[in-house]
Structures are given as structure tokens and as C-alpha cells.
Design a binder for this molecule. Structure first.
Ligand code: SAH
Ligand code: AVI
Length: 340
């Protein structure tokens, strides 16, 4: 079977949730939309272009760390199964797959993403480059579907690269860490990429590039809503805004309405008004500090084994080991054969 045919379509829950999120977000004050809806075929392609922009340093910085540390990660994790959340093109993951394959442990790779189109592209590349690896793509939402990942027989590592964790609010981040912990067994590992706090001017440039690709990426959420929910957003009448929030230490992307306008979302039987200049939040991208990452992971039962940065100290990569399972936290005795 060709690799791309193994990709599941988006589950029905995607559309149901999109409808609920759009209704909630557009009837709230201030208006907002969740960032996961950027990613359809075009959104994933635009993100891929972003990773190559001169202003967008995170992908290059994380690649530098992985290039230097992949062998050490492979040795410390000794994993037989690797799950990658929000895997996108899995371009950087090749560095890990090569190290894990030459370490001789890895048998299975599961790229996990909300966008089936990007999974299909990734599968084409991965199947050609790693013909002996069992690749099991998973279309799903990492905030709700982690429980559906089949249990692994041997050691597992879950990787969450690119600082996509920063697109979640703090409460959602802790929820995700707890779900990651529940999908692992003690001794398994979690590899987490996080962009670090730095000069706000550099951050503003990274999120407002001179070629306007990030602006197109931002507006893509409106195109998705037009197509999926029969809405009539006049996409060009919304302007890209990127601001640094020094209190929360996150970048915020917004869309500013260029004029007073009304938008109808036919499938929701909803009409909303935008005032001239009104701003709607479409993404946060939190920036992290070393101690904060360690503490957030510890609260979910992880012990940080290693923390690396690139030579410029722009980006952090943490390898953490799960110390105790959810069952242990709930004081439930381990199942037979669970302890290692
Ligand atoms: N990991 C890659 C891609 C990062 S872009 C890298 O480091 O370059 C963020 C990716 O996460 C996209 O591919 C997007 O489709 C996916 N994504 C965003 N929200 C998601 C969610 N809730 N569940 C699953 N995947 C999600
Ligand atoms: C996927 N995520 C980590 C990117 C980020 O940097 O927050 C998405 C992005 N938004 C604007 N540029 C890139």
C-alpha cells in the first residue's frame, strides 16, 4: 500500500470542535481563535516556508542542537518506539531517526499531527528514507487523542519539537504534560523543544517577517473557516499583528480588522461584527526559561536528564524521564510487569 494511503482522514470530531471553537471565539470579547486551525495543506506549507525565513531562528537553532546531540539522545532513551507530536514535515526528526536506527533500538515511528496533508508529505519522505522502519501515521489532536495511541511493547520516547508547546496556555500545557506522562511508563522519555526568552525586537521580527509569510500564515485561519464553515471573511481586510507580552512572556499573533465589517458564518447561522481596528487573538507563542521548563515537567512526574541549548542560547531541548506513572500518582498498585 502506498505510504500516503495509510493516513487517516480528519476525524468527525475535528469539524465538531471547529464549529464549537469558532462560535465560542467569535462571540467572546475580545475575540480569539485557536491556533490549531492554521494547519490545512496551505497552512502547513506556509509554516514550512516560515522555518526557512531569515528572521525565524527557532528551526535552525533546534536543528543545531539535534545535530550535535542526536547520538546522546538515542543512547539515553534507548527507545524502540518514537511518537512525535505535531510532527509536521518531520524534517528535523530525521536526525533522531538516523541516530536511533544506528543505535539499533528503534522499531517504530509514529508521526502524530492534526493535518493529514502534512502527514502524507512526511510519509512519502520517511518511507523512502527509512524502508526498514515501521511507520504508523496518526491523524489527531494532541490535546484530546493521546489516549488513543496504542501501548508500546518496549521503551518509548515522545518527542514534541519546534516549541509547539508554547502555543498552549499554561493550564493546557500542564494538561498536555500529564497526558504525555499517561502515555508513557516509568523510565520512558519525553523530548521537548522550547524557544527561550530573548530580546523582544528579535522576537517581533521572527513573528512579523519582511516577506509577509507569517502574515499569510496568520490569515490562513480565516480561509479555513471560510471553506469549512461557509463563512465570508474578506481575508485581505484583516491585518497581521505580532506583539510581545512581557508579563506572560509570550508573543501574541492577532488579526486586526481594517474596517468596520460584518462576517456571516453560514454553517453556524451566525453573523459577527468587527469594529474598525478591532483585534482578534489567533496564537500565543510562549517563550521559556530553563527553571520554568524543569518545574512544569517535574509537576507532571518527569525528571530532567539533560537540557541543551544551541550555541547562541536561543532555543532549549530537554530530555526528561518519567519517574512515576499516573497509577503511582493515584496510589494505584502497578499492573503486573509494569515496573522496570
Ligand atoms: N514539529 C514541526 C512542526 C511544527 S508546526 C517542527 O518542529 O517544525 C506545528 C505542527 O503541529 C503542525 O504540523 C500542526 O499541524 C500541528 N498541530 C498543531 N496543533 C495540533 C494539535 N492540537 N494536535 C496535533 N497536531 C497539531
Ligand atoms: C508551530 N509554532 C511553534 C510556531 C511558533 O513559533 O509559535 C508557529 C508560528 N507562528 C508564527 N510563526 C510560526
Amino acid at each position: 500500500m502506498p505510504a500516503q494511503d495509510r493516513i487517516q482522514a480528519r476525524p468527525d470530531s475535528y469539524l465538531k470542535e471547529l464549529r464549537a471553537d469558532v462560535r465560542a471565539g467569535l462571540t467572546a470579547w475580545p475575540k480569539s481563535l485557536p491556533p490549531k486551525y492554521f494547519y490545512d495543506e496551505r497552512g502547513s506549507e506556509l509554516f514550512d516556508q516560515i522555518t526557512r525565513l531569515p528572521e525565524y531562528y527557532p528551526t535552525r537553532a533546534e536543528t543545531a542542537i539535534l545535530t550535535q546531540r542526536a547520538a546522546e539522545i538515542a543512547q539515553l532513551s534507548a527507545c524502540e518506539s518514537l511518537v512525535e507530536l505535531g510532527s509536521g514535515t518531520s524534517a528535523k526528526t530525521g536526525l533522531l531517526l538516523r541516530a536511533l536506527s544506528s543505535g539499533g533500538t528503534l522499531a517504530e515511528f509514529m508521526p502524530f499531527d492534526v493535518d493529514p496533508a502534512v502527514l502524507a508529505d512526511a510519509m512519502q519522505m520517511l518511507a523512502a528514507q527509512y524502508p526498514r522502519l515501521r511507520i504508523v501515521p496518526f491523524t489527531g489532536d494532541f490535546e484530546r487523542d493521546l489516549g488513543a495511541i496504542p501501548a508500546a511493547a518496549g521503551r518509548r520516547m515522545i518527542a514534541f519539537l519546534g516549541s509547539t508547546i508554547g502555543n498552549l496556555e499554561p493550564a493546557a500545557r500542564s494538561g498536555l504534560y500529564r497526558q504525555v506522562a499517561a502515555a508513557l511508563r516509568p523510565g520512558d522519555t519525553f523530548l521537548l523543544g522550547t524557544d527561550l526568552v530573548k530580546d523582544p525586537d528579535r522576537l517581533r521580527r521572527a513573528y512579523n517577517d519582511s516577506a509577509g509569510v507569517t502574515a499569510e500564515f496568520n490569515r490562513n485561519v480565516l480561509r479555513v473557516i471560510n471553506r469549512e464553515l461557509g463563512a465570508d471573511f474578506d481575508v485581505e481586510e484583516f491585518e497581521h499583528v505580532a506583539v510581545w507580552d512581557p508579563v506572560n512572556e509570550w508573543m501574541e499573533m492577532r488579526l486586526r480588522s481594517c474596517r468596520q465589517q460584518r462576517v456571516t458564518i453560514t454553517d453556524l447561522a451566525l453573523t459577527v461584527s468587527f469594529a474598525a481596528g478591532e483585534q482578534m487573538r489567533t496564537e500565543i507563542s510562549a517563550k521559556f526559561r530553563r527553571d520554568g521548563i524543569r518545574a512544569e515537567l517535574a509537576a507532571a512526574g518527569f525528571r530532567t536528564q539533560r537540557f541543551w541549548t544551541d550555541p547562541d542560547g536561543d532555543f532549549g531541548l530537554t530530555l526528561a524521564e518519567l519517574l512515576r506513572s499516573d497509577r503511582a500518582r493515584l496510589r494505584v498498585p502497578p499492573r503486573f510487569g509494569e515496573a522496570r
